[in-house]
Design a protein around this ligand. Structure first.
Ligand SMILES: Nc1ncnc2c1ncn2[C@@H]1O[C@H](COP(=O)(O)OP(=O)(O)O[C@H]2O[C@H](CO)[C@@H](O)[C@H](O)[C@H]2O)[C@@H](O)[C@H]1O
Length: 606
């Protein structure tokens, strides 16, 4: 039975002493040993792989790290334990029509005898009890996948006053007097436990005049960064006080990015040497910037040390600390939610200032495409739609289309329904969404939109649009958040539009695929990794599942949406084949669950 190398007694020092310091142990697995010269640019040609490994080619021109030696490369390959596919250093493909991002990986064999892990997810959101965006769905789906693979999974959340308590079972107090250090004193907290669809969840409730989580909504307050800096501290203080020593702490986004900082600065010296931290970044646009007050609040004194560019100091604003940057520096592994986005962020200017930090830490950085929870999002068993259907009984979809029209008072005609579901955020390509509404209506289609924004100006714009189109029998804009309605739209629409400016992964296209609703997407981030154009793709025909455009402009959008509408009318049998391809695409948590376990194994051994 393989148990892996012995655990080191202390976690590796997470902070490099200077920006150029390479890791002690190289983790690249794309290997060029033909020449044996570490200074020679890696050509991406001659690769030596461990048996059974599937490695991609190293991007041409990538230079070896100063401390990497051929022997190191061989060693890394021989261990065969590295999730190379997850490392962007080896994830850039040759320019190709489609980025499989070549995702060279994994060599990391499935471990039939992998010991079960104790994994704690620390998160600001989880569906369905506290959901603002896709992060909530990811925590919900990944937790279950890890649990059904035999691991013990617990989740720690803030006890918001607006949690969906109807989804929490057996909620009860489990830790009454948790005192969490804050400024020069401590805040008294109570910890509750409850089951959310069988997931084991702890909820932290602070009692202080700040009323951190009793404000009626999850985000949108001037002290948001302090609120989550506090939550992160409270979560790890709880683990410590409760004597929990998870193998892995998995945190999410800037809100919980301080967890590894606290772990290595405060709790490891106290003896909490066991856990390793994986940080998943769902969106680099939000990083949690704050001034020096954070240091006093959180107990991270020593401004010279923390206000340092190698630790928490923001790369762009010299007076700001950056929580997400701290997470990248201190976590044992950092993922983002698709390989393409991982590359875009690190190398193509989409890192919102974090590019140099990601370069410094590239050896512990990579992308894993999100999964979809097919227990929740599956037309064969979905009780929130009137008629269940599947790839072998696809006609049921048309009953849902009728039901959707009925619910939204749309005309019952021969037209296809194009839908958009999402946060009304500039990220989502709102100019193109707006244009698509008119384009669809002019081209014999119907349009349905479900979305909302915390920004009142954006909401007002869409309300204006809604009033303008109010009399159209072919258009309905629903401004608000409505999960029930979203199920019916996924089931009843023919096409799902995702014209994002940038998209770390995107869940709407993945859910749409499952419901046989053809995605029309822009080729960015996770959209490019998951949707393959019907007419212009290097993929085999049976893997093509949607329409893709490149340029963020009206012409680009029309090139894809126009083809989708034309196919619907002129080649209905082709459109139906495309629907079947879409429904057969597997974007369950199966593969990403395995990827995360590989990452966990990888960091546990270091
Ligand atoms: N008004 C509404 N009513 C009902 N349901 C609604 C809704 N608006 C959105 N939803 C639902 O919320 C989810 C949003 O998923 P996205 O991938 O768009 O996430 P988001 O951009 O928030 O998050 C970030 O994190 C996720 C997860 O990692 C990444 O996929 C994404 O690219 C990144 O921007 C979908 O399941 C959608 O159906």
């Amino acid at each position: 039975m393989e148990t892996g190398p012995a655990r080191p007694s202390l976690a590796p020092a997470p902070v490099p002493s200077d920006a150029t310091q390479a890791p002690r142990r190289p983790v690249s697995v794309a290997i060029d040993v033909a020449n044996g010269d570490p200074e020679r640019p890696l050509s991406g040609a001659a690769l030596v792989a461990p048996e059974g490994a599937r490695l991609d080619r190293r991007p041409a021109g990538r230079r070896a790290e100063p401390t990497e030696t051929p022997a190191d490369w061989v060693e890394a390959a021989e261990t065969g334990r590295l999730p190379a596919r997850l490392l962007t250093a080896s994830a850039t493909p040759e320019p190709a029509a489609e980025p499989d991002l070549a995702v060279a990986m994994p060599a990391v064999p499935d471990h039939p005898a992998r010991p079960s892990l104790f994994i704690v997810q620390i998160t600001p959101e989880m569906a369905p009890i506290a959901k603002v965006g896709g992060l909530a769905d990811v925590v919900f789906g990944l937790s279950r996948e890890l649990a059904i693979r035999g691991n013990h999974v617990e989740i720690i959340l803030p006890k918001y006053d607006n949690l969906r308590y109807d989804h929490i079972f057996e909620l009860h107090e489990v830790y009454r007097d948790l005192w969490v250090p804050w400024y020069e004193a401590a805040i008294h907290c109570t910890v509750f436990f409850g089951f959310v669809h069988n997931r084991k969840c702890f909820f932290i409730e602070p009692h202080s005049k700040d009323n951190f989580f009793g404000r009626g909504s999850i985000y949108g307050f001037p002290d948001d960064v302090l609120r989550y800096a506090f939550f992160s501290r409270a979560a790890i203080e709880f683990l410590w006080r409760a004597g929990k020593h998870p193998d892995i702490i998995h945190c999410h986004d800037w809100q919980t990015a301080l967890v590894p900082v606290y772990l290595y600065e405060f709790y490891q010296p106290l003896g909490m040497t066991h856990p390793r931290v994986c940080l998943t970044i769902h969106n680099f646009a939000h990083q949690g910037l704050i001034g020096a007050e954070l240091l006093r609040a959180s107990g991270l004194h020593r401004p010279d040390y923390f206000f340092d560019y190698h630790r928490l100091r923001d790369n762009r604003y010299a007076n700001a600390l950056n929580l997400l940057k701290g997470g990248v520096v201190y976590a044992n592994f950092v993922t983002t939610v698709s390989p393409r986005y991982a590359v875009e962020v690190k190398d193509q200017g989409h890192g919102f200032g974090l590019e140099p930090t990601l370069h410094t830490h590239h050896v512990k950085y990579g992308g894993v495409v999100n999964g979809v929870d097919y227990d929740m999002w599956n037309p064969e068993i979905d009780r929130q739609i009137p008629v269940q259907y599947g790839v072998d009984r696809i006609d049921g979809k048309y009953d849902n289309k009728r039901a959707l029209r009925h619910r939204l008072m749309l005309a019952d005609n021969e037209k296809p329904i194009v839908a958009f579901i999402g946060r009304l955020d500039p990220q989502k390509g709102l100019e193109l969404v707006r244009h698509a509404i008119f384009y669809t209506l002019e081209n014999r289609g119907q349009f349905v939109l479900l979305g909302s924004s915390p920004d009142p100006r954006i909401n007002a714009d869409f309300w204006g649009l809604k009033r303008m189109l109010n009399d159209s029998p072919d258009c309905h804009l629903e401004i608000g958040f409505d999960e029930d309605l979203s199920h019916l739209i996924y089931a009843g629409a023919d096409m799902m539009l995702v014209p994002s400016r940038f998209e770390p992964c995107g869940l709407t296209q993945l859910v749409a695929l499952r419901y046989g609703t053809i995605p029309v997407v822009r080729a960015v981030g996770g959209l490019a990794d998951t949707v393959f154009d019907k007419d212009h793709s290097s993929r085999p025909l049976h893997e093509r599942n949607g329409y893709v455009f490149q340029d963020y402009d009206y012409t680009g959008l029309e090139s894809a949406l126009g083809r989708a509408l034309a196919c619907y009318y002129e080649y209905p049998e082709h459109f139906r084949d495309l629907m079947k391809n879409a429904m057969r695409s597997d974007y369950s948590w199966n593969r990403p669950g395995q990827d995360y376990l590989n990452i966990y194994d990888f960091i546990r051994d270091r």
